[in-house]
Design a protein around this ligand. Structure first.
Ligand code: NAP
Length: 203
């Protein structure tokens, strides 16, 4: 059986926003992927749990955000797994389920500077290719040097994607909702309605 090329778009998605969707769409097109799978994370050991909305809510918003795009899917794998969410566990599980597929982990290029400190980085770089979105936040030269470092140290397969800068962040969205400001166009309309209907992020 011929394998598929699957983009993995992991995130806290608290909430998912237009920046995430543009990044996934750019990866889909530039790397000619068969699909992009969104994986809302379970418990992140890097984020205080009380500041993050329940996994069920974040999953529901992610599903609403991508349901119109046949090339986007959502997996609750990280939410169902007990304990902290580690990318290496997710990749291992995905490869066990579909060893014929090639996996591309999609992320903001800034993450390249932290990845060495993620759990089992060698296993991550051995199991997937990396698509890193450059967004002019860090100089491109610094990114190239870091990507080369990771290639040399871990044999990482890293490709830089070029994305127009979209200054939307989940933090900003939560703050705007709390202050009663509009988040129209920052998130898909169905996500905006879900947030308002359920009184989320009201402080
Ligand atoms: P997030 O904040 O929800 O964002 C998801 C991705 O979208 C990030 O790569 C983020 O890059 C990018 N993004 C956010 N806003 C954007 C915008 N306006 N335009 C373009 N891209 C944008 O995700 P996260 O909590 O950082 O986690 C990312 C993934 O890394 C998750 O799958 C998580 O499980 C994994 N992770 C794993 C470990 C580990 O295994 N030890 C540790 C840390 C993270 P920026 O962050 O650069 O904005």
């Amino acid at each position: 059986m011929l394998g598929k090329t699957i983009g993995i778009m992991g995130g806290t998605f608290n909430p998912i926003h237009t920046g995430h969707l543009l990044l996934a769409q750019a990866a889909l097109e530039e790397a000619e992927l068969s699909e992009v799978m969104f994986l809302p994370s379970g418990i992140s050991y890097l984020k205080a749990e009380e500041q993050v909305l329940s996994a069920e809510r974040r999953l529901a918003m992610t599903k609403l955000a991508v349901e119109d795009n046949p090339a986007f899917t959502v997996s609750d794998m990280e939410i169902r797994r007990k304990g902290n969410t580690y990318t290496c566990d997710t990749l291992r599980q995905l490869r066990q389920e579909a060893p014929q597929n090639t996996f591309y982990f999609i992320l903001g290029a800034d993450c390249l500077f932290g990845m060495e400190n993620w759990y089992r980085p060698q296993e991550i770089f051995d199991s997937c290719r990396i698509l890193a979105a450059v967004r002019d936040t860090v100089g491109e030269e610094a990114l190239r040097i870091q990507a080369d470092r990771l290639r040399e140290r871990f044999g990482a397969d890293i490709r830089l994607l070029h994305l127009p800068r979209v200054d939307i962040s989940s933090t900003d969205i939560r703050e705007r909702v709390e202050k009663g400001k509009s988040i129209r166009y920052m998130v898909p309309e169905k996500v905006r309605a879900y947030i308002l209907d359920n009184n989320l992020y009201q402080g």
